[in-house]
Design a protein around this ligand. Structure first.
Ligand code: C2E
Ligand code: MG
Ligand code: MG
Length: 570
């Protein structure tokens, strides 16, 4: 054995003593009656009293009658356990001399030295650990951006409520529409502001019977109501939708339209009508939410059986649409537009068709809403635009100087790359901007997508012509003419169908034609199916039109043949 292994007992005692004196945990020594005999520096610091003050005082520092009932009980417990077992430990929140509570873990041991019993206590300050634990718990249970409970907490709140409640419980799932577009428009800080502001606005509504408002992340929220009759929640949700009609103001410099509107999609399920347990309720509210999104968003849908059938195919459709955008399965068909006086082709409207691998050629009615709902409209637009510009270039080489109209949903304009994509394509293929027309439907403008006005103005400056499609079918037709820089009005086919016999239709179309003259815009009539309709329009002074009477939309090669034929007959 080497000398290094042995230290004299006295040295060891001194070392241990110094260690205890300087130890970071607080240590105190009591006599068998739990009176202070000694304390270390850490204890003095923690409790705020000097050793000289403490010596001789009871563990509770003051006489029992000055202590709270709880403190007296603890003291009794300590004494009893030390007498019976020689050991005791407890977690305890003590208050120091300055009134600060300290969360601590205390261990008591009975130790005999020379047959005398001493009680040694060791106190570990748990405040920072408990604070950390609380912080971790907060991180795990609350969304950091909004401070709202997260999905986990929401589900446990719902599950508790289902166990306890004698009332109806309504579970609401809510998404902010066009979130990805907003995020790219506003940038990360802007979109965070938007989300925080949304939460503030919802909280301001002080919705009746709301038991939980939770943030699942991103644009994803949930609300939980407990109410006598689930139908009462309809009013609350209406208030929420109305709130979204007011603009959100942003200082963000990238956002060109200063006001941004929230549009929300909402899906609702009820306990006990729709389901008895949490996951079922959540799934059903989410199915209703998906249904709304599929229909273009900005609406509320309460779960019912019909949703079940409607959503069954939707997931499959979404993945098929994604494949279609990657594989280039969307092709333009071309419907010629005619000069009603001369009968000459004046241009074409490109209408998308989906060359589906198994279902054949599909019309937009089968997929256009799903394209919008799954935020694929920009991809569709890009795919169409590339083919259209190439077609214009091919015709140009054959000596046909034509224009093609492309349809666009207003949502597409919010895409930050929209303008650059269009202008680059035109330049690459040496197509003049006047040869490209863009048709925007009234119904998509009503959603007030951000950035639309700026994009339309820039396109117009570039030379692209703009048409307001389906004129007369929306809510704000006239205000759109004032607000946006349109060159053409396309009168919806519903006003043409009986124009030769119905006096009201006749009067409406006449009024639109007069308005167009006053605004120096051109008019194109859609859906001309008979010679009589064409004649009636001609008499009224409408010079341009399209419709099945002239031609249905056709494939590119057929459109080319039409142009060749027309050229030959000149
Ligand atoms: P739209 O832009 O108003 O196009 C006119 C629609 O009416 C086309 O239907 C066309 O085939 C149809 N049509 C034309 N002439 C007649 C007629 O004489 N009688 C009748 N009954 N119908 C006629 P389609 O191709 O099914 O397109 C429907 C709608 O889908 C379009 O209405 C347009 O809003 C949208 N759409 C088409 N292609 C695209 C696209 O590439 N992108 C976007 N976002 N929407 C598109
Ligand atoms: Mg159109
Ligand atoms: Mg139309």
């Amino acid at each position: 054995m080497s000398n290094f292994d042995i230290i004299p007992v006295s040295i060891k005692q001194q070392l241990m003593c110094t260690l205890c004196e300087e130890f970071e945990d607080a240590i105190f020594i009591l006599d068998s009656n739990l009176r202070y005999l000694a304390v270390n520096a850490s204890y003095e610091l923690m409790i705020g009293y000097k050793e000289t003050f403490l010596i001789g005082r009871p563990l509770g520092i003051y006489a029992a009658e000055f202590l709270s009932e709880e403190e007296q009980l603890i003291l009794k417990d300590i004494s009893k356990n030390l007498n019976e077992h020689g050991f005791y430990e407890l977690d305890f929140s003590m208050v120091n001399r300055y009134g600060q509570p300290i969360d601590c873990h205390v261990t008591y041991r009975k130790i005999y030295v020379e047959q005398v019993a001493y009680h040694v206590g060791m106190v570990r300050d748990m405040s920072s650990i408990i604070k950390d634990q609380k912080q971790v718990a907060h991180l795990l249970n609350y969304d950091q951006l909004t401070g709202l409970p997260n999905r986990k907490v929401f589900l446990s709140q719902t599950s508790d409520m289902l166990l306890d409640s004698y009332q109806e419980v309504v579970l609401v799932r809510l998404n902010i529409d066009r979130y990805r577009n907003l995020a790219s428009l506003l940038g990360p800080d802007g979109v965070n502001d938007l989300i925080k502001n949304f939460v503030k606005e919802v909280e301001k509504l002080k919705l009746d019977d709301l038991r939980s408002f939770s943030h699942f992340g991103g644009d994803d929220f949930a609300l939980l109501f407990e109410v006598k009759d689930a139908n009462l929640v309809r009013l609350q949700l209406d208030a929420l939708m109305q709130m979204c009609e007011r603009p959100f103001f942003t200082n963000n410099t990238h956002a060109t339209d200063a006001n941004i509107y929230y549009h929300v999609s909402v899906g609702v399920s009820c306990f006990p009508t729709d389901d008895n347990e949490v996951t079922g309720l959540l799934t059903k509210a989410e199915k209703a939410l998906q249904y709304v999104k599929q229909q273009g968003g900005d609406d509320i849908r309460w779960y019912d059986e019909a949703i079940e059938n409607a959503t069954a195919g939707s997931l499959e459709l979404e993945s098929e649409l994604r494949t279609a955008t990657i594989e280039g399965e969307f092709v333009p068909y071309y419907q010629p537009k005619f000069d009603l006086v001369t009968g000459a082709i004046t241009g074409f409207e490109a209408l998308v068709r989906w060359q589906h691998p198994t279902r054949g050629l599909l019309k937009p009615i089968h997929f256009i809403n799903a394209i919008i709902a799954h935020k694929l409209s920009f991809d569709l637009f890009a795919q169409m635009a590339i083919q259209i510009v190439k077609q214009l270039s091919a015709w140009q080489q054959q000596g046909f100087h034509q224009h093609i109209c492309i349809n666009a949903d207003a949502a597409e304009f919010s895409h930050p790359d929209f303008f650059d994509m269009v202008s680059t394509l035109l330049a690459q293929h040496k197509i003049s901007a006047q040869q490209l027309h863009i048709e925007v439907t009234e119904s998509s403008l009503i959603q007030r997508h951000d950035n639309v006005k700026k994009q339309l103005n820039s396109l117009r400056e570039l030379g692209v012509r703009l048409a307001l499609d389906d004129f007369g079918t929306g809510y704000a037709s006239l205000s759109y003419l004032q607000e946006y820089p349109f060159d053409f009005i396309k009168i919806d086919k519903s006003f043409i169908s009986n124009i030769d016999t119905d006096r009201t239709q006749h009067a409406i179309v006449k009024a639109i034609l007069d308005l167009a003259i006053a605004l120096e815009m051109q008019v194109v009539a859609e859906g001309i199916e008979t010679e009589q309709q064409r004649d009636a329009l001609l008499v009224m002074g409408c010079k341009n039109g399209q419709g099945y009477w002239f031609s249905k939309p056709v494939a590119a090669n057929v459109a080319t043949e039409m142009l060749i034929k027309q050229n030959a007959s000149k």
